[in-house]
Design a protein around this ligand. Structure first.
Ligand SMILES: Nc1ncnc2c1ncn2[C@@H]1O[C@H](COP(=O)(O)OP(=O)(O)O)[C@@H](O)[C@H]1O
Ligand SMILES: N[C@@H](CCC(=O)OP(=O)(O)O)C(=O)O
Length: 433
């Protein structure tokens, strides 16, 4: 977040680092070291957010339940018990170092509205100004699957983008990302720097600890989200929280050296910094903007719009989405809800008689949109000109299914599909019609 000095740092601590996997007792040594590390960063002038899992784990211990239940209401009840105790634990530890903390519990619903998203950003900023450390968790007690982030790795990446963080630290029970799960593969090799996640070769398929929800897979997803928003994402070991401080210093020194090199200074005498083992995912050179990030990752899509290549190219050229470019709709959604955009071949007349999606070649989600019409209306108006909307629906709220400012493309798609400057004749017709 913009501020006169200091960095904005989000530190995510997984369940495996907060409670013992078997006894579910809090791992006080890690919690205390985290508090010391956060306080040190704070005193160095950085703004720090802690994303803390562990509500369910702490709740298990409090209620003497030995295994994580399967029944959702029971998990939610345990989270309600545990979250209270977890926050009291953090508050207590931080209070010894005179650092105030604040609890922020989020579900996707809380940020689905743009105004609420911006409000959340303002609250974080206010807390930073007041010198408070916000402690974030998913609001497990309320979150049902439709409004869940699902895991705190994803939540921490969304939080990092929301506060425009410089660094996101995913603290876990392994040193870094390995080529395979080090618990079961002694030959697995550490991966230190990832500059392109799409070409990453690491087996992250195996599950994580008994209480953790994500494993390494969700950390990669979080790194993808974080780096797309310009956040350097780091995986490191939670039992050595002092690593965070050392890695921050190391990255600052690397930055100073590269600035010196860029200015033509003699760098031969500069100290080559070293850092404890970690994996660093480099941020995108062209980070996506806050609103684009929110459209792509803040909202839960309620359905899918299948659009043809002509419409896709028109959107890439900043046009709005006309009903004529939509060839299919799936799911039940209302006005101003988010949908996936999937590009497919326009079906032949034969295919139109059957289920065209079976004829589509590798349908691929290219982006997300907030729609001006619900699924039922779009099913009526798709393939038609905007001038026909009123006669088809009896009203016309908009000429467009979605306006361009409410459409965002995934970054990899923005790069892999060159924009075609010329519109197809059909699109010319739609635009003029
Ligand atoms: N390629 C890999 N590299 C490192 N760890 C891996 C890999 N694949 C799977 N894992 C597992 O992921 C676990 C961390 O995930 P998880 O238990 O969900 O952590 P947390 O609770 O911190 O979110 C590690 O303990 C490890 O067993
Ligand atoms: N929100 C849940 C944690 C969910 C989660 O993602 O856990 P983890 O994979 O350990 O980070 C809780 O507080 O128990």
């Amino acid at each position: 977040m913009t501020a006169s000095s200091g960095l904005t740092i989000v530190i995510k601590l997984g369940t495996s680092s907060i409670v013992d996997e078997k006894t579910h007792e809090p791992i006080l040594s890690i919690l205390t070291l985290i508090v010391e590390t956060v306080t040190r960063l704070h005193r160095d002038g950085h703004r720090v957010v802690l994303v803390s899992s562990g509500a369910v784990g702490v709740g298990l211990r409090r209620m003497d339940v030995t295994e994580r239940p399967k029944h959702l209401p029971r998990i939610q009840a345990l989270a309600a018990v545990g979250q209270c105790r977890l926050m009291s634990l953090w508050d207590n530890l931080f209070s010894h170092l005179r650092v105030a903390v604040a609890q922020i519990l989020l579900t996707r619903n809380d940020i689905a509205d743009r105004t609420q998203y911006v409000n959340a950003q303002n609250t974080f900023e206010q807390l930073f100004d007041m010198g408070v450390v916000p402690i974030v968790n998913e609001n497990d007690t309320l979150a049902v699957s439709e409004i869940k982030f699902g895991d705190n790795d994803t939540l921490s990446a969304i939080t990092a983008a929301m506060v425009k963080a410089d660094y996101l630290f995913l603290m876990t029970d392994v040193d870094c990302l390995y080529t395979a799960n080090p618990r079961t593969n002694p030959d697995a090799e550490p991966i230190e720097v990832v500059s392109d996640i799409s070409s990453l070769e690491a087996d992250v398929s195996s599950a994580g600890s008994a209480l953790g929800t994500g494993g390494m897979g969700t950390k990669i997803v979080a790194a993808k989200l974080g780096t797309s928003a310009g956040v350097t994402t780091i995986i490191t070991k939670s039992s050595k929280p002092g690593n965070v401080h050392e890695i921050v210093k190391y990255l600052q020194r690397l930055q100073e050296n590269s600035t010196a090199a860029a200015s033509g200074a003699d760098t031969s005498t500069l100290e080559v910094p070293t850092a404890p083992l970690h994996t660093r995912f480099l941020p995108s050179d062209t980070p996506i903007q806050s609103r684009t990030f929110w459209l792509l990752h803040g909202l839960n899509p309620h359905g899918t719009l299948y659009i043809d290549h002509g419409a896709y190219h028109a959107l890439m050229n900043k046009a709005n989405l006309l009903p004529a470019g939509v060839i299919g709709v799936e799911g039940h959604f209302g006005q101003q809800e988010a949908v996936r955009l999937v590009v497919v071949e326009r079906p032949s007349a034969d295919a139109l008689n059957g289920d065209f999606l079976h004829h589509a070649h590798e349908p691929k989600e290219v982006g997300r949109a907030l729609v001006n019409y619900g699924s039922i209306e779009i099913a009526h108006i798709m393939g038609h000109r905007s001038t026909q909307i009123e006669s088809l629906l009896g009203y016309a709220d908009s000429d467009y299914v979605a306006v361009r400012e409410n459409i965002s493309f995934h970054p990899e798609d923005r790069h892999s599909h060159p924009v075609t400057p010329a519109l197809t004749p059909a699109l010319e017709e739609w635009k003029s019609g």
